[in-house]
Design a protein around this ligand. Structure first.
Ligand code: ADP
Length: 918
């Protein structure tokens, strides 16, 4: 719209410029048309320029106008040039002078005539003038005039300036100015004709005439209101039709009025100043442009842009005025400005949102611009706290300042009907209707008598209201539409800003929490590290203590076994003698005590091994039936002694459990022995097996003893706790069950018990079932039976042993075989030498030797061809099964543990006697 207005205005200005150019040329009545044109052009241009300067809004139009101005300047320069040329020509050209006689014959023909008409003098002298320069159409008239002159001596052409058409030699006609003067030449009358080519003057006059007509046309028919007034009297001198139509006065009325009559009274002084200036300055430069207000005949006042230009009109100092009605333009400009301002407020809000401003800043930024735009004394952005039934000021704009909330709270009632607001409806509230209170007082004090609340809704949620108002209850639609737009935008912006604040706060909290958690974790970690380190230290300490304990036990058991070996060995020898009854009793006591001590030592050693993880097991499929039979066989004498019946169900010979054969037997023996020991006289012990889901096997040992009371059950597997049995005379160490449980555990099984006082107990060993090995192992027998009859053959036995007591024992034992010779060596190397030298029938080898380990002695014996065939029996206090197996695998014939079973040893010696070997 503004462009169209601009273009139109530019055309108007160009028109006015041109008009003034022509008008000036017309009124100046200058001598030269060129001068007019020049002057007028200059004035026109100046005016055009000034006008262009005024309409600053239309840049494009101005550019076009500048182009036009440039073109005008160019043509003006061209004009100036040609004008200069003709001025020079005229200056140089003297009039052509032709002298004729009364007959019309040419007497004189000056060079200018030659030039003007194209005839050389010699060609025209004595010829008739009418034939040479008078166009044929005028020749007759000329001849007639001449004839009259001859007759009367006078003619209308004489002594007067005439304008005529003349003929050149080339046949072209042109206007000439002519003055004919009669001259008495030598008594005869001749005529001198002075001729001048007036072609150019003619043309200028024609142009002027055309200009005049154009001006009249432009002035009279111009759509812009125009008038000319007297700068001294301010009377209208002339008005055009447009002025008459626009202002409502007739031409006659205008011509009776002064220009001050169409001004509002307050503008008259300013008008007089302007007119005075117009009147004093020189014609060329004076002019006035500017905005004015004019009163129409009907009383309306319009805004006009006025262009005045000083001039002389009918001899009076006057000014030409062109008035353009810009009322509409101004109105649309104002509307446009308001729209721009509206848009700018919305942009302001957007900018604040983008800059992540706080809600209060957004509200302040918007209010600062909004209040003046709404034209109210007060505007407030309120946030609703619907839950609390309160409203909080986010920001308020008064005439003088912007106040930022929040903090000021007042009742929600002041916002009108909240439900209506929620529906998007506006509320108009009369302050007088509010209950008297500080809020109402404050509103009235700030000039608000009626206010409007525009709901602020974002995402369907009513978050607040934009309220504004003043003295009047009139809220124009435009005001409401602005307020609505801004309220909507504010609602979105504030919601976003709150969201942003919440997200930021959340992120900060999260970060804080992460930091705290990291710190806590760090501390916990440190503590954990400390605890781990402490635990490790404690474990190391415990490990160390355990190792020390275990080392101590192992050393102690070894140290105990060696003397025990002697005690038991010699006691056994004594037992074999026929002794008096009381001594026989004593020997039996020695043997019983010694064996008890040996059992104790072995069990303590086993438990300590298990605890330090040094117990070596070889898990393999163990035939359950066979193992049970073996254990029962061993226990049978004990059962018989106690008068206890042993019952064993038929065993499934294919059942195998994954276990260490020797250790399983140890456990079963222990359970069976307990079942016998803690039974009642005439009681029974029943052994049975049951499969669980085909995966595990439970071996049950049930007795009919006195049972174990529930309060003692949990102490059952505690080492050395005999649950009071120590006072009953039943022998025991209190280690059996503890060891058994340990053993079953490490074999991957369980040992548990159910017992009923007075009824009996059932101990159950549960182990994983496994498939039978491909080759059935050769069943191992119990302890070899001793043949009491000594063989006849002579035999040499080498005993490699560093302990004197042991040596003595063996000497005594072998003393029972009189045909046997004993060689002894207290060092390994010596033993090897003796073996090589004497090639004994049997070698007894101790493992703890001062120079070489017994194992190494064995290896060397087997490596040496001379000794390779000699059977070697190991005699050692170390009863560790792994150890035993290793040595047997290395080539030892048998492994006997100390303390020695004398009968067993004798049986082995007899077995390897020369006649017995096979
Ligand atoms: P002990 O060498 O004393 O037999 P055990 O460890 O084998 O040691 O048994 C610990 C204690 O448990 C026994 O002293 C006894 O009091 C009790 N006990 C073990 N077996 C039975 C059983 N079958 N009936 C009753 N009490 C038993």
């Amino acid at each position: 719209m503004s462009t169209r207005v601009g273009v139109r205005t530019s055309y108007v200005i160009l028109g006015v410029g041109l008009l003034l150019t022509l008008a000036t040329a017309f009124w100046f009545e200058a001598e030269s048309a060129h001068a007019y044109a020049l002057g007028a052009s200059l004035i026109g241009l100046t005016l055009s320029g000034v006008l262009f300067g005024v309409t600053r809004a239309e840049l494009r139009a101005r550019m076009r106008a500048e182009r036009v101005a440039a073109e005008l300047r160019d043509s003006q320069e061209a004009l100036h040039e040609s004008e200069e040329r003709s001025r020079l020509t005229l200056a140089r050209a003297l009039d052509a002078i032709i002298t004729i006689d009364v007959e019309g014959l040419i007497l004189g023909w000056n060079p200018q005539a030659e030039q003007l008409f194209g005839w050389p003098a010699e060609d025209v002298l004595r010829r008739r003038l009418s034939e040479i320069i008078i166009p044929p159409a005028y020749r007759e008239a000329h001849e007639k005039g001449l004839a009259r002159l001859r007759e009367t001596g006078d003619g209308p052409a004489l002594n007067r300036r005439l304008e005529l058409s003349a003929l050149r030699r080339d046949g072209t006609e042109f206007p000439v100015e002519l003055a004919i003067t009669p001259v008495q030449l030598k008594g005869a009358m001749v005529f001198s004709a002075f001729l001048r080519d007036v072609t150019q003057q003619r043309q200028a006059q024609d142009a002027l005439r055309e200009s005049e007509a154009s001006f009249r046309l432009l002035f009279a028919g111009n759509p812009l209101a125009m008038w000319v007034y007297d700068v001294e009297t301010l009377h209208f001198l002339e008005v055009n039709a447009a002025a008459v139509a626009q202002y409502g006065y007739s031409r006659e009325e205008f011509l009776r009025m002064r220009i001050s009559d169409i001004r509002p009274p307050e503008d008259v002084d300013r008008l007089k100043d302007v007119v005075a200036a117009l009147a004093t300055v020189t014609v060329e430069t004076r002019g006035h442009t500017g905005p004015w207000r004019h009163r129409l005949k009907d009383g309306r006042v319009i805004d006009v842009d006025v262009v005045s230009h000083a001039m002389v009109f009918s001899g009076r100092r006057a000014a030409l005025v062109v008035a353009t009605d810009v009322t509409e333009l101004k109105r649309s400009e104002a509307t446009l400005a308001k729209y721009a301002e509206r848009l700018s407020i919305l942009h302001e809000i957007d900018r604040a949102v983008i800059a992540a401003a706080a809600p209060v800043e957004i509200a302040q930024a918007a209010l600062q611009r909004l209040r003046p735009l709404l034209g109210v004394p007060r505007a407030i952005v309120n946030l609703f706290d619907l839950a609390a039934g309160e409203v909080e000021w986010l920001a308020a704009a008064g005439r003088r300042r912007i106040r930022g909330g929040p903090g000021v709270r007042f009742p929600l009632k002041l916002m009108g009907d909240v439900d209506a607001l929620r529906r998007g409806e506006l509320q108009v509230i009369d302050v007088a209707s509010l209950p008297r209170g500080p809020e109402a007082e404050s509103l009235l004090a700030s000039g608000v008598h009626v206010y409007m609340v525009v709901p602020m809704i974002a995402g369907g949620e009513l978050i607040g209201g934009l309220s504004f108002g003043g003295a009047s209850a009139q809220f124009p639609p435009e005001q409401i539409s602005i307020a609505r737009e801004v309220a909507t935008q504010l609602a979105i912006a504030i919601t976003q800003a709150r969201l942003y604040e919440r997200v930021t706060r959340h992120a900060e909290e999260l970060e804080q929490r992460v930091q705290e958690r990291t710190l806590a974790l760090g501390a916990a970690n440190e503590q954990l590290q400390q605890e781990i380190a402490e635990r490790r230290r404690a474990e190391e300490k415990a490990d160390h203590a355990n190792r020390a304990k275990s080392d101590f036990l192992s050393r102690m058991s070894h140290e105990l076994r060696t003397p025990l070996n002697g005690i038991l060995g010699f006691a056994q020898l004594l037992e074999m003698e026929s002794l008096p009854v009381d001594q026989e009793e004593s020997v039996a006591q020695i043997l019983k005590a010694g064996r008890h001590l040996l059992g104790l030592i072995n069990e303590v050693l086993d438990i300590s091994r298990i605890e330090t993880g040094r117990l070596q097991l070889s898990l393999e499929p163990v035939p359950v039936g066979e193992t049970l039979r073996g254990a029962l066989d061993i226990v049978r004498p004990l059962a018989a002694q106690h008068g206890i019946a042993l019952h064993a169900g038929a065993a499934d010979e294919r059942q195998h459990v994954l276990a260490d054969r020797q250790r399983l037997q140890q456990v079963l023996l222990n359970l069976l022995a307990n079942a016998v020991k803690y039974n009642r006289t005439g009681g029974t012990v029943a052994v049975s097996c049951e499969e669980i889901l085909g995966e595990r096997l439970r071996i049950l040992v049930r007795d009919t003893g006195h049972g174990i009371s529930p309060d003692k059950l949990d102490r059952l597997f505690t080492p050395f706790d005999r649950l009071g049995a120590e006072g009953t005379g039943v022998e025991g160490t209190g280690l059996g069950l503890a060891l058994s449980k340990h053993l079953v555990d490490v074999m991957g099984g369980t040992l548990d018990v159910t017992s009923q006082v007075g009824v009996g107990s059932t101990f159950a060993v549960e182990l994983p079932l496994t498939a039978a090995p491909v080759e059935a192992l050769e069943p191992r027998g119990g302890s070899p039976t001793v043949d009491p009859a000594p063989p006849d053959a002579r035999m040499v036995v080498l005993y490699i042993e560093d302990n004197l007591s042991n040596l003595r024992l063996i000497e005594q034992v072998l003393g029972r075989r009189p045909r046997t010779t004993l060689l002894s060596a207290m060092q390994g190397r010596l033993g090897l030498d003796l073996a090589r030298e004497h090639r004994p029938d049997l070698i007894l080898l101790d493992l703890h030797l001062p120079d070489l380990p017994g194992q190494e002695v064995l290896r060397r014996l087997l490596d040496e061809p001379r000794t390779r065939e000699i059977p070697v029996l190991i005699l050692s206090a170390d009863a560790t099964p792994g150890h035993v197996e290793r040595l047997l695998a290395a080539g030892a014939r048998a492994y006997l543990t100390k303390p020695l079973d004398v009968r067993q040893l004798l049986a082995l010696v007899d077995k390897h006697a020369p006649g017995e070997r096979g």
